[in-house]
Design a protein around this ligand. Structure first.
Ligand code: SAM
Length: 239
C-alpha cells in the first residue's frame, strides 16, 4: 500500500489519509476551486446528471466529505446519506448544509471498507474523488455492491489518466510543481497536496479500474472519460 512516495502498512495509510483530510478540511472547498480553476464544479454537475437521482430514492454518497455531491443529489428530492471516515470533513459539510438551508441529509461517520448499513439499503451509491484514498479499494467496491439493492447503480468520479498527447505532460508539470505550492500558499500545507497528487498518479487507469468494478460483481460497467481521461466517471449495475 502506498502513501505519497513511500510504501506503508495499510493501517498507516488509513491514518495518514485521515491526517491529510483533517488538515485540509477547513480549506478544502477553496482549494478545489483554486486547483481546478472551478472545473470540479462542472465535473460534479456532469456526474450527478449521469446518476439521475429521483425523488424518494435512497442514495449513499460515500466519502462525501463536505457535501458537494450530496447537495446536488438532494436537489432532486432523493434521500441522501453522506458517509465519510473523517469527522472533520463531515463537520464542515454539516455547517455548509446549515448555511445553505439544506436539510434532510443523513450524515454518517463510516469507513467505505466496512459499512454498517444492512444489505440492499440503497438505490444508488456515489463516490467522488474518494476511492483513491481508500486503503483496500476492492473491499470498498464489495461493500458498495452489498449495500445496493438489486437494480441499484454504482457511480464513481475520480481522477484517471488522460490519453490526450501533450496534455499529460502539461498536467504532470502543473500538478507536481504548482499544486504543492498552491497548497502551501493557500492552506499552508504543502505535504497534504503532494500526497493528493501522488495518489492520483498511482491510481489504476480506466480499464484496470473498470475491471475491479466488474470483479466486485457489477454488470454493464462503463468508463466515461472527461478531458481525455484526466477525470473519469465509472459506473455499473447490481443485478
Ligand atoms: N466527495 C467529496 C467531493 O467530491 O468534494 C470529498 C472528496 S475528498 C477528496 C476525499 C474524501 O474521502 C475525504 O473526505 C476523506 O475523508 C474520505 N475518505 C478517505 N478514505 C475513506 C474511507 N476509507 N472511507 C470513507 N471515506 C474516506
Amino acid at each position: 500500500v502506498s502513501f505519497g512516495y513511500t510504501d506503508v502498512a495499510p493501517a498507516e495509510k488509513t491514518r495518514q489519509v485521515g491526517a491529510v483530510f483533517s488538515s485540509v478540511a477547513a480549506r478544502y472547498d477553496l482549494m478545489n476551486d483554486a486547483m481546478s480553476g472551478g472545473l470540479h464544479r462542472l465535473w460534479k454537475d456532469r456526474f450527478v446528471r449521469r446518476v439521475k437521482p429521483r425523488a424518494g430514492e435512497y442514495i449513499l454518497d460515500m466519502a462525501g466529505g463536505t457535501g458537494d455531491i450530496a447537495f446536488r443529489l438532494a436537489a432532486s428530492g432523493a434521500q441522501v446519506t453522506v458517509a465519510d471516515i473523517n469527522p472533520d470533513m463531515l463537520a464542515v459539510g454539516i455547517d455548509r448544509a446549515a448555511k445553505r438551508g439544506i436539510d434532510g441529509l443523513v450524515w454518517s461517520e463510516a469507513n467505505a471498507e466496512a459499512l454498517t448499513f444492512p444489505d440492499a439499503s440503497f438505490d444508488a451509491y456515489t463516490i467522488a474523488f474518494g476511492i483513491r484514498n481508500v486503503t483496500h479499494i476492492q473491499q470498498a467496491l464489495g461493500e458498495a455492491q452489498r449495500v445496493l439493492k438489486r437494480g441499484g447503480r454504482f457511480f464513481c468520479l475520480e481522477f484517471s489518466t488522460t490519453q490526450w498527447p501533450g496534455f499529460a505532460e502539461v498536467y504532470d508539470a502543473y500538478s507536481h510543481r504548482l499544486v504543492p505550492k498552491l497548497g502551501k500558499l493557500l492552506a499552508n500545507d504543502e505535504d497534504s497536496y503532494r500526497y493528493l497528487i501522488e495518489s492520483i498518479r498511482r491510481f489504476p487507469d480506466m480499464p484496470a479500474f473498470e475491471a475491479m468494478i466488474a470483479k466486485a460483481g457489477f454488470v454493464r460497467t462503463h468508463a466515461e472519460p472527461v478531458l481525455g481521461g484526466l477525470v473519469a466517471i465509472h459506473s455499473g449495475w447490481k443485478i
